[in-house]
Design a protein around this ligand. Structure first.
Ligand SMILES: [Zn+2]
Length: 257
């Protein structure tokens, strides 16, 4: 059997929040159900990128550790019997304050502000006890390529230490905020003890576990678009420079909003 490995990047799950980074429970259920029907089995991110390549596997990852992932996402994954992976910005876990950084800060004081609250460490621990992987999303969610060396090291090391201390488990993975990474960032991740690192769509020629591209799924992705995004043909196209340029433009536009 040929191997087919799919790594998806989600953020929040909500019935009401119309943000690009939020998907409805109904859409999440339909999307993952489609993959289950196609014979995929769910694995954690680190299992996916370091494990044996056989059969069809999907790693469902959630950036930012929104509480809605536990309340609305976990039951859907649970019914499938699949684990997932959460990448937590450790400065925000357990604060009960809306998370805020460029790209989401315009939601932080409106009616949807509660959607921006991160899980507590107890909630993250509960997911870990069910087989979910909890990885780092740095401490404060900066653009890592823009940081000087001391700040870069601090974001990497302190977030990993916080996860290990609070959860009593090894923290092996990191997702680079905004997918923003370069050789220097990846080297810092390696030196800080990470085995695996998730990026966002880029040239998918990388088989380096520390810069593994993920397919981002967003609010506007109905089942038709989702099918296209996860099709092996489209994923092959993503490896082209054209796609990378289009994605850069999208990220730039998002961060300016
Ligand atoms: Zn993020």
């Amino acid at each position: 059997m040929s191997a087919d490995l799919l790594v998806l990047c989600y953020h929040a799950v909500s019935e009401r929040w119309p943000a690009d980074l939020s998907v409805t429970p109904a859409n999440l259920e339909a999307q993952l159900g489609l993959l289950a029907d196609r014979g995929y089995r769910g694995v954690t991110f680190t299992e996916a990128v370091t494990g044996a390549r056989e059969g069809k596997a999907v790693a469902v990852t959630f950036d930012d550790a929104y509480r809605s992932v536990r309340t609305l996402g976990e039951p859907i994954l649970g019914r499938l019997g699949w684990p997932a992976t959460v990448f937590v910005p450790t400065d925000f876990a357990g604060t009960e304050r809306p998370m805020s950084w460029p790209g989401i800060e315009h939601w932080a004081d409106g009616e949807h502000a509660p959607e921006l609250v991160a899980m507590s460490w107890e909630e993250l621990d509960g997911l870990a006890a069910q087989g979910w992987e909890i990885g780092s999303h740095t401490c404060s969610h900066p653009r890592l390529t823009e940081l000087g060396e001391p700040a870069l090291e601090r974001e990497m090391r302190l977030s990993r230490a916080a996860c290990e201390e609070r959860l009593g488990r090894p923290c092996e993975s990191i997702a680079y905020p905004y997918g923003d990474h370069d050789v220097r960032v990846v080297d810092a991740a390696r030196r800080s003890g990470y085995r695996t690192g998730g990026t966002l769509p880029s040239r998918t020629d990388s088989h380096d576990p520390l810069r593994w591209p993920r397919v981002g799924i967003y609010h506007g992705d109905d089942l038709r678009r989702f099918k296209a995004k996860v099709s092996p043909l489209v994923r092959g196209l993503r490896a082209s420079r054209v796609w990378e340029a289009a994605d850069r433009l999208r990220v730039n536009l998002q961060s300016r909003r």
